[in-house]
Design a binder for this molecule. Structure first.
Ligand code: ZN
Ligand code: ZN
Length: 254
């Protein structure tokens, strides 16, 4: 039985759990130990199962607590050399292992973590597709554009933490400075609700059962807009909106 859960999602911290009965990995470390351990407990997930931490890129909402989580969990952190280099010196994890942007990392007996490069305004950003048992789980946030790598990897997923960051109208009319609006909407920014929907419409495989829509902007998006955009899929997939304030439902697959 595979279990997946969003422990935190959004610009104030990202952290995603993927595991089976014995082993688990955590993708991104954007929340501190107290919040992490509280949310794991609330979700009924066992911290002892965690075997490794993977970091997608250096932005604080993804890497800020990698050092402390790695130490508390006594597990290594895997990320690209470019990401490691850009993490503030005093935040760098002690046990950090460099992986190539396109690579496969075996974790424990049953987990294989595939990394692939993505378009985002960071040094050497990557996304992940995790093979665990017979299942494949994607973690794809902070993506400027659904390029070939994203499409190819998404098309293998049974479930995916998928970015649905902004509503274009809310972004355009919202409070942000022009340069920031342009950055978010650019090919190295974030995926809009529509871009995310199109990716699913065009590239989902028949085994896809669950979408955990993630990294939802607090200022440029809202639950109603996300659910509206994904309305055509409401009977086809289990659709969950990942929260920035609390851990989400633990989804069991298989
Ligand atoms: Zn982010
Ligand atoms: Zn980012």
């Amino acid at each position: 039985m595979v279990e997946i859960c969003s422990l935190a999602s959004g610009s104030n911290g990202n952290c995603y759990y993927i595991g089976d009965d014995n082993e688990a990995v955590i993708i991104d470390a954007g929340i501190g130990w107290r919040r992490f351990s509280d949310r794991m407990k609330t979700a009924g997930l066992d911290v002892c199962r965690v075997r490794a931490l993977f970091v997608t890129h250096e932005h604080r909402d993804h890497s800020g607590s990698a050092k402390v989580l790695s130490r508390k969990l006594a597990v290594p952190v895997y990320t690209t050399f470019g990401t490691y280099n850009r993490i503030y010196k005093h935040h760098r994890p002690v046990d950090c292992r460099s992986i190539a942007p396109a690579s496969v990392t075996n974790v424990g007996n049953n987990i294989r973590v595939f990394s692939f490069p993505k378009q985002h305004d960071a040094a050497e950003p990557i996304s992940f597709r995790i093979e665990i048992g017979n299942h494949c789980i994607g973690v794809m946030t902070d993506i400027g554009v659904a390029d070939d790598e994203v499409c190819k990897n998404f098309s293998k997923c049974d479930a995916c933490f998928l970015e649905s960051n902004y509503d274009p109208k809310m972004l355009a009319e919202g409070p942000y400075e022009t340069y920031l609006k342009e950055r978010i909407a650019s090919n190295v920014g974030h995926l809009s609700n529509e871009q995310s929907f199109s990716l699913v419409r065009d590239h989902a495989n028949p085994n896809l059962t669950c979408l955990i829509l993630s990294h939802i902007s607090a200022d440029n998006n809202c639950s109603e807009k996300v659910l509206d955009a994904f309305n055509p899929f409401k009977d086809k997939y289990k659709i969950i909106l990942a929260s920035r304030y609390e851990c989400g439902e633990v989804v069991r697959i298989g």
